[in-house]
Design a protein around this ligand. Structure first.
Ligand SMILES: Cc1cc2nc3c(=O)[nH]c(=O)nc-3n(C[C@H](O)[C@H](O)[C@H](O)COP(=O)(O)OP(=O)(O)OC[C@H]3O[C@@H](n4cnc5c(N)ncnc54)[C@H](O)[C@@H]3O)c2cc1C
Length: 449
């Protein structure tokens, strides 16, 4: 059965352009380009729209709505090394979290094994699907040590862990960006590489200055996707009436503890449609528009917080880049591919301190128009909330399951942990709770390979 779409190895590129161009065909779709959402408007226990910064105008606006859908993507940038773009800072997750909606299964973070060192650019699975080998510095196809039945076609989590183990065993290459493994396509030949995976060759030539027809591709694992997110049901509904979430920012739970490659497409298409219909139905049933007073109040509060507070802060002790890098390195080291109690405890404590230190972050650029330093500070604020939710959720799950690998609890423990984590925001550390997993047709079974 076909489970994805195919347009050479540039599928995402074509989807993005088709979606954008389609949105331009309909004049009833009003896009707010260059607007950055800073908070939700909550009135009488329901979501009544968003407050956003008009980056071009340097102003703050309230956008009211009977129903609001968060579709703000993942949060890969909380990690130092990721395949995700700079915009993936978990904004939607933090927006919902601050409005009292729990984040579900945040410990379930997927790492992809084949990323280019330095940039984090992803080398698609298709490279291994077409027959590429993973080799260590001795030229050995090391996956025979970890997963002989599947070798390079094993799942992302096992391949990523195997890479870390090879690195720890001293069998990795070393380059200007640290340790890496080799992805060998040379035996496939120029014709196959050019016809089947042209973008792999293009990316490696452009970003590494190497030709995979003749040379090994340096690769290492990087954060790629988060299975967790804003807790929703199958229609994208959250616990806050009028607020919906979909796509990578949501956790509708189709990915469990480990997403299969390409399932984001189904996530966005299937649940995007379900969520859109549910939100439209909700809005239609609401007779009156949200109160203007609530929007004005939220707007005033955000202007004071962002323009007077963050932008106006004098005598700053911290820089946004300094604190961000510290957080990213901590997440990579202590809440990364392998996890254990003392590192997780350390991460939870350090992140709590960083949360406090954030209050001393100052800006060199005081302009309101297209102030990228200001958006970076607001994104760091969102990321700190998200990182805390990830670290505390990971610390509390004392078992290994899917992408969550605890060296101190290596076994899956269905008796105690066949349940979803929920992280709730408090004034201190997140409050962690659990809800049961709904098992329908497919019974959970142990992964035996
Ligand atoms: C390199 C790479 C390759 C991938 N390949 C595949 C694949 O082959 N198949 C597959 O199924 N999945 C793939 N994925 C995963 C998939 O691309 C993502 O899960 C999916 O694109 C998420 O879509 P989304 O609409 O939820 O969010 P996004 O596409 O990330 O869109 C989020 C949007 O929200 C905007 N936004 C964020 N914060 C704010 C804010 N505060 N205010 C206003 N706007 C905001 C962003 O600017 C962005 O436009 C890949 C991911 C990566 C990184």
């Amino acid at each position: 059965m076909k489970r994805t779409v195919y347009a050479a190895d540039k599928v995402g590129f074509h989807i993005l352009h088709t979606l954008f161009q389609t949105s331009m065909k309909y004049d009833r779709i009003h896009r707010f380009d260059e607007y950055f959402v800073t908070s939700l408007i909550v009135d009488g226990g329901a979501c009544a729209g968003v407050v956003a910064m008009n980056l071009r105008g340097g102003t703050m606006v309230a956008i009211q709505g009977k129903a609001t859908i968060l579709a703000t993507g993942g949060c890969g940038r909380v990690y130092e090394f990721t395949t995700n773009g700079f915009i993936k800072t978990g904004d939607g997750m933090a927006l919902a979290y601050r409005a009292g909606v729990p984040l579900k299964d945040m410990e379930m973070v997927q790492f992809h094994p084949t990323c280019l060192p330095g940039t984090g650019i992803l080398i698609t699975e298709a490279a291994r699907g077409e027959g590429g080998y993973l080799v260590n510095k001795d030229g050995e196809r090391y996956m025979q040590r970890y997963l002989p039945s599947k070798m390079e076609l094993g799942p992302r989590d096992i391949l990523s862990r195997a890479m870390i183990q090879e690195m720890k065993a001293g069998r990795a290459f070393e380059g200007p960006y640290g340790l890496y493994m080799g992805l060998d396509l040379r035996h496939l030949g120029a014709k196959k590489i050019n016809e089947r995976i042209p973008m792999v060759r293009e990316l490696v030539e452009k970003y590494m200055g190497l030709d995979p027809i003749h040379e090994l591709i340096p690769v290492r694992p990087g954060q790629h996707y988060i299975m967790g997110g804003v807790s929703t049901n199958g229609k994208g509904e959250t616990t806050l009436p009028g607020l919906y979430a979909v796509g990578e920012t949501a956790c509708v739970s189709i990915n469990g503890a480990n997403r299969l490659g390409s399932n984001s497409l189904s996530e966005c298409l299937v649940f995007g449609a379900a969520c859109g219909l549910a939100a439209a139905g909700f809005a239609k049933k609401k007779a009156s528009y949200p109160r203007g007073a609530a929007a004005r109040e939220a707007l005033k509060k955000e202007e004071a917080r962002v323009f007077d507070g963050v932008l106006g802060r004098e005598r700053a002790k911290e820089t946004v880049a300094g604190l961000r890098v510290e957080m990213q390195q901590l997440m990579e080291r202590d809440v990364g591919i392998f996890r254990e109690e003392s590192a997780l405890a350390d991460a939870c404590g350090m992140l709590g301190k960083m949360r406090d230190r954030f209050a001393a972050v100052g800006l060199a650029d005081k302009d309101r128009v297209f102030n990228t330093e200001l958006t970076a500070v607001l994104e760091l604020d969102f990321m700190l909330d998200v990182a805390l939710a990830i670290a505390h959720s990971a610390r509390n799950r004392r078992e290994s399951r899917g992408a969550h690998s605890r060296t101190d609890f290596p076994q899956r423990d269905d008796a105690n942990y066949l349940k979803h984590t929920l992280a709730f925001r408090t004034d201190g550390p997140p409050r962690i709770d659990y809800v049961p997993v709904t098992v329908t047709k497919w019974q959970p079974v142990e992964r035996k390979y």
